[in-house]
Design a protein around this ligand. Structure first.
Ligand code: PLP
Length: 325
């Protein structure tokens, strides 16, 4: 879908933070099969792990070489650094140089070379494949996107390069002007909806299930969980489920949320614990120990319900969750 939305531009993939928490070992082979050939990670440890799955020249390290050792590692491994400063450009050239990428900071003021430094001899000496920039507010409407687009275009005229790249997931939804040669979606690959234009086009891709550890009957007046925040007003049957905030099911996910069993809603009761939550079994009296429940993980709804961003809901997923795809 993302590839189709950006015309002739190739679709790369941001696979940092273990593919936003979903697992490099599952997601990267799937992306390769779908035709992806450009992968972006944050740092060199992530790059090394990724190199078990894709060729080194297909990997770009967004934070670039911070030390001479990292520049040497890049040179030896064939993994491409994204150069973010004159200092990094010099480190890379000193390590032997060769193909690299360049990040130009057009207004996010986070990482990347300032437009005023782009004509520096250290930058002119680089052999740049992708000259890229990153949008600060692509998920919002406002003057910032067009301003960054214009400045990015201006900078491209001042530096030798082969390919151009600006759009993250939300940037793709801003339209063809933002597509250039290569896009860099992250969130949308993992089912996140970065802008309304993507609603109904990007599907949920990660589903979470959790096991019923125990069921019990409560009397009127019985309280559930830490600090007894839920108190039964009448006799009821409840289930204790094996997932908690250490698995990335945060306390913020508690209020008003419900687990599902065969389409039946099982509202959460009381506080989320580290390893467990308790749900109301009124709508599914047939649930028994050992059954599996669906954990609510539609990212857009979960983000609205909890006020935690879709990015954070993904990247906090815990290591105790096992892949079963
Ligand atoms: C993380 C990142 C992306 C992907 O952004 P999404 O909003 O997840 O699509 C793209 N480019 C850069 C430089 C990034 O750091």
């Amino acid at each position: 879908m993302l590839d189709r939305m950006s015309g002739d531009a190739g679709a790369g993939a941001a696979v940092k933070a273990d593919c936003y928490g979903l697992g490099v070992s599952i997601c990267v082979p799937t992306l390769v099969e779908a035709g992806c050939r450009n992968f972006f990670v944050a740092n060199w440890d992530e790059a090394e792990e990724l190199s078990h799955y894709v060729a080194p020249e297909q990997i770009a390290v967004l934070q670039g070489p911070v030390t001479p050792q990292e520049a040497d590692f890049a040179k030896a491994s064939g993994i491409l650094p994204v150069i973010n400063s004159i200092h990094q450009a010099k480190l890379w050239t000193k390590a032997g140089g060769g193909t690299c990428h360049l990040m130009i900071d057009t207004g996010i003021n986070r990482l990347g070379i300032a437009p005023s430094d782009i004509s520096d001899p250290a930058i002119a000496a680089l052999d740049i494949d992708v000259a890229m920039s990153h949008l600060a507010s692509a998920d919002e409407d406002g003057p910032m996107n067009a301003r960054q687009l214009a400045l990015y275009r201006e900078c491209l005229g001042s530096v030798r390069h082969k390919r151009e790249s600006l759009a993250n997931s939300a940037g793709i939804a801003l339209g063809m002007d933002y597509a250039f040669d290569l896009t860099r979606p992250g969130l949308a690959l993992y089912g996140g909806i970065a802008r309304p234009e993507l609603e109904g086009r990007i599907k949920q891709v990660a589903y979470i299930k959790a096991c019923v550890l125990q069921t019990r009957s409560l009397k009127a007046g019985d309280a559930v969980g830490y600090n007894g925040e839920f108190v039964a007003s009448e006799p009821m049957r409840v289930g204790t489920i094996s997932i908690g905030y250490a698995d990335g099911f945060l306390r913020a996910r508690g209020p008003g949320e419900a687990f599902m069993f065969e389409g039946k809603r099982l509202p959460l009761l009381g506080k989320v614990s580290m390893d467990m939550v308790v749900v109301d079994l009124a709508h599914a009296p047939e649930v028994k120990e050992g059954d599996w429940l669906d954990v609510p993980f539609d990212l857009l709804n979960a983000a609205r319900q909890s006020s935690v961003s879709q990015y954070e809901l993904l990247t906090v997923l815990g290591r105790r969750l096992r892949h079963w795809s």
